[in-house]
Design a protein around this ligand. Structure first.
Ligand code: ATP
Length: 493
């Protein structure tokens, strides 16, 4: 509307000057130069408007589309019910809720929850990411913040809605602690503008604006943003537990033809640590695999194969040399053998097919989601991690670089044991512990597990070599096949 009025006024002025006998050449030249300059700045991102901000359009998402987040949904709904009840808020003189902060790891459904919250409150929905506000040029970010709030109000009026919801993902980029950035003037001005906009929200505004922000680094946020009256509510959006994973898998397979053998419960059990985004990707990859194989329905095997893909990445075309494959087979069988020894039934897949950045891998099933770890559990995990390198050493006479990641994880667990007061040092503060003492305590923990693993592999040499041969022939063994092989060999012995 504004654009049309300006064009009309500009054209009228030119005609007026032309009729009055003025020379409009220089004016046209200046207008042209301004136009070119604006275009250049805009294409380089220095001038950016929020024309492209995502608005909810027809995409209606409700809380029932979000799985495994029952407590986050409940907290959010409680806060939103408060907004819906405008009459009582006014009557009791309560200040409006201005901001809700969703915190949690990536892909857990924060954006989804914000969209559902917008539908729940019948609000227009505008989404932007924190990084979109930050430019090298001071003042640009602040202007974008102003424009975003303005767009939210205008869209709500246009759509005849009383509420508008602005969702800002990665708020830590825009709302990080002030004075910490090299181009801090720009960061500070942008954040200040956001605070000004939030403080400007009043209960008698024609359109009630609610800011929902998401972050996985709440610790980086400026305290000013978290103080009462700004982001009043914080809602934690965590990785889903087993029941949550089952819910999300059910949601993402409801429009897909599943074969009778598909067992979502066992998949939920096998996908410990997966976020909602991982699970969505799993369902999608399984469907793609089924299509590629010409299968009308998605089978359990398609899901199992896709779990590996989601964790490790796609299969690589490049094939390692036979010698390398042999080393990988010993390494991975080492992990699997110890895993099975410390927890029977724990091997889910054992493969020497290269995927992503790994030449092979052994995946464990998770029995139950664990939130506490005992000393035994942690020591067992260390022994499983070290077993790959030790198997290489015992059977091939030397180690390789393939174990560096395992060692890093084993060292982290050793540190955890010290921190948790489970080492010979007793209860210590790890930050004030001299490096030398920490190092020797860690070495002791690792060496104890090394000897345990070496002893086990030496005793089971024959069975071990047979499994490696089987793995080299088949490239992949399921946990079931691996265990069958182990028990057959045990009976034969
Ligand atoms: P980020 O922090 O990386 O921005 P996010 O927490 O905002 O991630 P979303 O963008 O909401 O995550 O999720 C990405 C996709 O993953 C969704 O579109 C959805 O398909 C799926 N997903 C994530 N969490 C859930 C969930 N709890 N229930 C159902 N689907 C989910």
């Amino acid at each position: 509307m504004h654009k049309e009025l300006s064009i009309g006024a500009g054209a009228a002025l030119l005609i007026f000057l032309l009729v009055g006998g003025y020379n409009i050449g220089p004016l046209l030249l200046i207008a042209l130069m301004c136009g070119v300059l604006f275009y250049m700045l805009r294409t380089r991102g220095m001038v950016k408007t929020f024309d492209k901000v995502t608005t909810n359009g027809n995409l209606q998402i409700s809380f029932s589309d979000v799985g495994g987040q029952a407590s986050a949904i409940q907290e959010l709904q409680e806060a939103l019910d408060f907004i819906k009840n405008q009459a009582d808020i006014r009557r009791l003189g309560i200040r409006p809720l201005k901001g809700i902060l969703l915190t949690g790891p990536p892909g857990t459904g924060k954006t989804l929850l914000a969209r559902a919250a917008a539908s729940y409150t019948d609000a227009v929905f505008l989404a932007a990411s924190g990084s979109e506000f930050i430019e090298m040029y001071a003042g640009v970010g602040a202007q974008r913040v102003r424009k975003l709030f303005q767009s939210a109000r205008e869209s709500a009026v246009k759509q005849k809605k009383k509420n508008a919801m602005i969702f800002i993902d990665e708020i830590e980029v825009l709302g990080g602690k002030r004075g910490q950035n090299s181009s801090h003037m720009e960061y500070d001005q942008t954040l200040n503008q956001l605070l000004v906009e939030m403080d400007g929200i009043k209960i008698d505004d024609e359109v009630q604006v609610l800011l929902v922000a998401a972050t996985n680094r709440a610790d980086m946020l400026d305290p000013a943003i978290l103080r009462p009256g700004r982001f009043d509510r914080q809602v934690r959006v965590d990785l889903p537990d087993k029941v949550g994973r089952l819910e999300i898998l059910t949601l993402h397979t409801r429009n897909k033809p599943l074969a009778k053998d598909v067992n979502l419960e066992s998949l939920a059990k096998d996908t410990f640590g997966f976020s909602g985004a991982h699970l969505e990707s799993l369902a999608n990859e399984a469907a793609i695999l089924a299509m590629r194989e010409g299968s009308k329905e998605i089978q359990q095997i398609h899901f199992i194969e896709s779990v590996d893909k989601v964790i490790m990445g796609g299969k690589l075309d490049r094939r390692p040399s036979m010698e390398e494959m042999k080393r990988v087979a010993f390494h991975e069988t080492g992990h699997a053998a110890i895993s099975e020894q410390v927890r029977a039934g724990s091997v889910s897949t054992l493969t020497i097919t290269p995927r992503g950045s790994a030449l092979g891998y052994m995946r464990q099933t998770s029995e139950d989601d664990r939130y506490l770890h005992t000393q035994d559990y942690l020591e067992n995990q260390i022994s499983v991690l070290l077993a790959g390198a030790i198997a290489e050493e015992v059977f091939l006479g030397s180690r390789s670089t393939g174990a560096s990641n395992d060692f890093e994880q084993a060292l982290n667990i050793a540190e955890l044991l010290i921190k948790g007061g489970m080492s010979r040092l007793g209860i210590v503060s790890i930050s004030s512990l001299p490096q030398k003492d920490k190092h020797s305590a860690m070495q002791e923990i690792l060496q104890k597990q090394e000897s345990r693993v070496r002893e086990f592999l030496e005793i089971n040499r024959e069975v071990f070599v047979e499994i490696v041969e089987e793995l080299l022939a088949k490239e992949k063994l399921t946990g079931e096949e691996f265990r069958n092989f182990l028990s057959k060999s045990a009976h034969a012995a």
